[in-house]
Design a protein around this ligand. Structure first.
Ligand code: PMP
Length: 367
C-alpha cells in the first residue's frame, strides 16, 4: 500500500503535536490502501498461551480471518484474478466463475466487485447459510449443488462451474484445485510473512488441506528458505483421503478430500504438492470442535472449523518438542461464519457433540 501523502502517519502525528507522539508507543500504525485487494495479507501471528499449558514449544496461530474479505482465501483469489488478467483470460466486463465451499468465492466475488467483474459461484449444499448470504451480499450469483456427487457427475460442483464458465460470454473459471496461482500466492506471501514474523525461528508449519494451496505454497517457501529445516504438517479430517481415510463424511467444512465412491479412482488436486508435506495429522470432528471451543474460551480466538482441525494437529505436533521449537499454524477463517453450527448448542447436540453444550467445562487436558 501507499501512504496517502507519501509521509509516514507517525511522522505527521509527530509534526502536528510539535514532537509529542499522537500514537502511544507500542502501538504501530500501518495501512492506507488504494483498494480492498491491496489490504490482503500481512496477518498477525498470535501466540497460544493457555491451551498450550504443559508444552515446552511455542505455538503461534496465523489469524487469516483478519484479511479484509475474511479468510486465507483472499490471497489465492487475488493471485488467481491477477494471473488471469495478465494472461488475458479475464478481460474487462468478464465474469469470474468458481466452485467453492465459500471463502474462495467470497474473496473472488469481492475482488470482482471492486474491479467491475460479475461473479458466479457454485457451492455445495453443506455450506453454511452465512457464507451463502455473504456471497450474495457481494453481488455474486449463487448456485447450490449437492455436495455428495462423484467427480464425473454433471451436478458435481466443479462440473457445474466448468459448464457455467463455458456458457457465459467472457466467463473465466478460477479453478482453485488446479490453478498454479493458488499455491503461488502462499509461496509469495504466506510463507515469507511467517519467516519474517518469526525472524527465521519457525521449525514446524501446520496447515489444513483443502485444495492444498496453503500447505504446499507456504510449505515450499519455508523449506527452501530454511534449507529443508522446517517440517511441514498437513492437518486433515480423520476420514478424509489425504491422510488415508476411507472418505466417510465429516462435519468440518473446507478441508479434506473425498474418495470418489463410484469410480474409486483418486486424484489429488494439482494445488496439493505431496512432496512438500512431511506428514499428515488426522483429526476427527469431535477433537477439532473441542479445540475450537477452548480457543474461544481460553484464548479469545473465535475461529472456523478448519482452524480447530489445524490447531488440534499443531498441539499434537508441539507435544514432544522442546523449548527451542516454534510451531506456526494457519487459522483460515473466523467462527463468526459458523455461529449456527460449531458454536450452537442445538446443532452440537443434534449431531452428538453434547460434550460442548454451553455451561459445560471443557474436558481438562483434552485438546
Ligand atoms: N479452511 C477454510 C475455512 C477454507 O476456506 C479453506 C479453503 N477451501 C481451507 C481451510 C483450505 O485451504 P487450501 O485450499 O489452501 O488447502
Amino acid at each position: 500500500g501507499h501512504g496517502m501523502s507519501g509521509e509516514a502517519p507517525e511522522a505527521a502525528a509527530e509534526r502536528n503535536h510539535g514532537g509529542a507522539p499522537l500514537v502511544p508507543s507500542g502501538h504501530s500504525v500501518s495501512g492506507v490502501y488504494e483498494s480492498i485487494a491491496d489490504a490482503i495479507g500481512n496477518t498477525p501471528l498470535v501466540r497460544l498461551n493457555r491451551v498450550t499449558e504443559g508444552l515446552a514449544a511455542t505455538v503461534y496461530v496465523k489469524l487469516e480471518y483478519l484479511n479484509p474479505l475474511g479468510s486465507v482465501k483472499d490471497r489465492a483469489a487475488l493471485s488467481m484474478i491477477e494471473a488471469a488478467e495478465r494472461s488475458g483470460e479475464l478481460r474487462p466486463g468478464g465474469t469470474v466463475v468458481e466452485a467453492t465451499s465459500g471463502n474462495t468465492g467470497i474473496a473472488l466475488a469481492a475482488i470482482a466487485a471492486a474491479r467491475g467483474y460479475r461473479s458466479v459461484v457454485v457451492v455445495p449444499d453443506k455450506s453454511s447459510a452465512e457464507k451463502i448470504a455473504l456471497l450474495r451480499a457481494y453481488g455474486a450469483e449463487v448456485h447450490i449443488s449437492p455436495g455428495s456427487r462423484p467427480s464425473h457427475h454433471p451436478e458435481f460442483v466443479r462440473n457445474v462451474a466448468r459448464r457455467l464458465a463455458a456458457e457465459i460470454p467472457g466467463g473465466w473459471l478460477a479453478g482453485q484445485y488446479d490453478n498454479p496461482a493458488n499455491p503461488a500466492a502462499h509461496r509469495a506471501t504466506t510463507g515469507p510473512e511467517i519467516w519474517v514474523q518469526t525472524a527465521g525461528a519457525v521449525t514446524h508449519y501446520v496447515a489444513g488441506v483443502g485444495t492444498g494451496g496453503t500447505v504446499s505454497g507456504a510449505g515450499a517457501f519455508l523449506k527452501a528458505v530454511s534449507q529443508d529445516a522446517v517440517r511441514v504438517i498437513g492437518a486433515d479430517p480423520e476420514t478424509s483421503a489425504y491422510g488415508g481415510g476411507d472418505g466417510r463424511a465429516w462435519y468440518v467444512e473446507s478441508v479434506g478430500h473425498h474418495l470418489h465412491p463410484e469410480t474409486e479412482v483418486d486424484e489429488w488436486p494439482s494445488s496439493y504438492h505431496r512432496d512438500v508435506v512431511d506428514r499428515i495429522e488426522r483429526v476427527g470432528d469431535a477433537e477439532a470442535l473441542r479445540v475450537l471451543q477452548r480457543l474461544a474460551r481460553e484464548e479469545g480466538m473465535l475461529l472456523g472449523g478448519s482452524s480447530g482441525t489445524a490447531i488440534a494437529a499443531a498441539l499434537r505436533v508441539a507435544r514432544p518438542l522442546g523449548p527451542e521449537s516454534v510451531v506456526v499454524v494457519i487459522a483460515p477463517d473466523s467462527g463468526r461464519s459458523y455461529l449456527s453450527k460449531y458454536f450452537d448448542d442445538d446443532w452440537l447436540g443434534r449431531l452428538g457433540f453434547p460434550l460442548f453444550r454451553a455451561g459445560s467445562e471443557p474436558a481438562v487436558g483434552a485438546v
